[in-house]
Design a binder for this molecule. Sequence first.
Ligand SMILES: *[C@@H]1O[C@H](CO)[C@@H](O)[C@H](O)[C@H]1NC(C)=O
Ligand SMILES: *[C@@H]1O[C@H](CO)[C@@H](O)[C@H](O)[C@H]1NC(C)=O
Ligand SMILES: *[C@@H]1O[C@H](CO)[C@@H](O)[C@H](O)[C@H]1NC(C)=O
Length: 162
Amino acid sequence: MASPMLLLAFALVLLAYSSVTSAEIVEHSFHVREWWNANIMDIENQALGDGHGPNTSDAFTINGQPGDLYNCSSFGTYKLKVVQGKTHLLRIINVALYSELFFTIANHTMTVVAVDACYTNPMVTDVVVISPGQTIDVLLTADQPLASYYMAAHCYDSLGEA
Ligand SMILES: *[C@@H]1O[C@H](CO)[C@@H](O)[C@H](O)[C@H]1NC(C)=O
Ligand SMILES: *[C@@H]1O[C@H](CO)[C@@H](O)[C@H](O)[C@H]1NC(C)=O
Ligand SMILES: *[C@@H]1O[C@H](CO)[C@@H](O)[C@H](O)[C@H]1NC(C)=O
């Protein structure tokens, strides 16, 4: 899975702060994946047929949106609203076919608490890497000033060209 694909794309969506207080448990699901501007079966068949792996994906998406770097996301960029001071549980799922993806949130750290539905010793980090099919649960405390912060997903890139 860590093949040196030249993936140039990455997804960039928003974490938006809200000052409204709320008593409910805040839990959110994220799916990160590749996106090709092509028929996915053709991509798969070609990869299996010639053994060279799939074409480079045209974008990555977070909850279906590639984000601000892509015009098609202008009106629909995914925004997660968080409540300042609250801790939120994010369930991050890599539903990509081929790409290990790094996921990070600007100006925030995350505390990993579960991987593939098994609890882990809490680990504080500013980036998590998720393999296809893997899930990672993190706690995110909205401890920054009221603003919007980018959340980004990017592939593993051993050639340094992405
Ligand atoms: C994969 O990329 C090549 C080169 O750009 C292109 O010719 C081919 O049509 C693509 N395959 C699919 C299934 O889109
Ligand atoms: C986005 O759309 C604008 C206006 O249609 C165009 O000028 C610009 O080149 C587009 N940018 C990208 C990255 O496609
Ligand atoms: C995020 O952190 C950078 C670097 O420390 C800082 O310049 C920037 O103002 C911060 N962003 C917000 C919205 O606080």
